[in-house]
Design a protein around this ligand. Structure first.
Ligand code: FJE
Ligand code: FE
Length: 297
């Protein structure tokens, strides 16, 4: 393989994401966004979620960032206050730019356990109040490339010379790699970007070929300033992981649950807007999702 990476990044920190309760009866393995790793600029949250009906994430708001939901198993129905509704299944992607405001529900759409990843990407101050936007891609339309025992699904950014059509308001790369036993990769990452790996299945060696293998549900922060990632599957099973990178915003972050702004004043204003249904939350006034169980009392 040609040397596309001159200065490979090393793994500087490792976090095992343990299950915790979120939403209503749902379970998430949270890596970014937990106490020890509150923010990894521009990333606010990475949750590997697991949810079965009737549990889920009923009606809730967002402002000031993007949510990227990538399904691994089962199906999830989302429904928002503008009447936008759809179901995403295993391999499908929803890239939602909440901007000035979205109120929505995210609920199981199938029997059994629905699994996936949800990443929250911060927006720069100049884009926090933009109009909400969705980019939805079904599994068959996600570009895949394969070479030398490597398969990569290109959700955002570029790999093996192929580009994703997803527009990232905050410049972001998001790649889903599967490596057969014996395979290795070299993947460029812009030098100034923050980047991490999250392992979904199997075990892999990252950054240094002599380091110990790392297993599923671990998040690896990749050290700054290198120009790419090197990884190896020296095991006898397949290895699946995501590699995500983003251009840091370098701005102050004030978060109150699902609202992420730059100052406390903006958060206070957001709470007021949400309570009064103003400045982007107008349609929240008389809205309730169809999936919300109405017990009639
Ligand atoms: C949220 C609690 C929440 N991780 N992963 C508080 F659970 C949520 C929330 C989610 C979520 C939804 C999906 Cl589909 C997957 C998730 C948290 O909806 F937004 C706040 N504020
Ligand atoms: Fe949400």
């Amino acid at each position: 393989m040609s040397n596309v990476v001159k200065e490979p990044r090393t793994v500087v920190r490792k976090f095992l994401a343990r299950p915790q309760h979120e939403g209503v009866g749902a379970t998430v393995r949270r890596s970014i966004g937990r106490f020890e790793l509150k923010y990894f600029d521009p990333f606010l949250v990475l949750d590997e979620f697991s949810v079965s009906a009737p549990s889920g994430f009923p009606d809730h708001p967002h402002r000031g960032f993007e949510t990227v939901t990538y399904m691994l198993q089962g199906a999830l129905t989302h429904e928002d206050f503008e009447g936008h509704k759809g179901t995403i299944e295993a391999g499908d992607l929803q890239w939602m730019t909440a901007g000035r405001g979205i109120v929505h529900s995210e609920m199981p759409a199938a029997q059994g356990t629905q699994k996936g990843l949800q990443l929250w990407i911060n927006l720069s101050s100049k884009y926090k109040m933009i109009e909400p936007r969705y980019q939805e891609v079904t599994s068959k339309d996600i570009t895949e490339a394969a070479k030398d025992g490597i398969k990569v699904r290109i959700i955002a950014g570029e790999a093996l010379g192929i580009k994703s059509p997803i527009y990232t308001r905050t410049p972001t790369m998001y790649l889903d790699f599967t490596l057969n036993p014996g395979a290795q990769i070299q993947q460029p990452i812009p030098v100034s970007w923050n980047a991490f790996v999250y392992i979904l299945e199997g075990e892999g060696i990252f950054g240094n070929s002599r380091s110990l293998p790392i297993t599923a549900h671990n998040l690896l922060l990749l050290g700054g300033s290198g120009d790419g990632l090197e990884a190896w599957n020296k095991s006898s099973k397949s290895l699946r992981f995501i590699l995500v990178g983003g251009e840091p915003l370098g701005e102050p972050v004030v978060q109150f649950g699902p609202f992420v702004m730059n100052s406390q004043e903006e958060i206070d204003q957001t709470i007021e807007d949400y309570e009064n249904c103003t400045n982007g939350f107008e349609k929240a006034m008389h809205w309730k999702s169809e999936s919300t169980t109405d017990f009639g009392y």
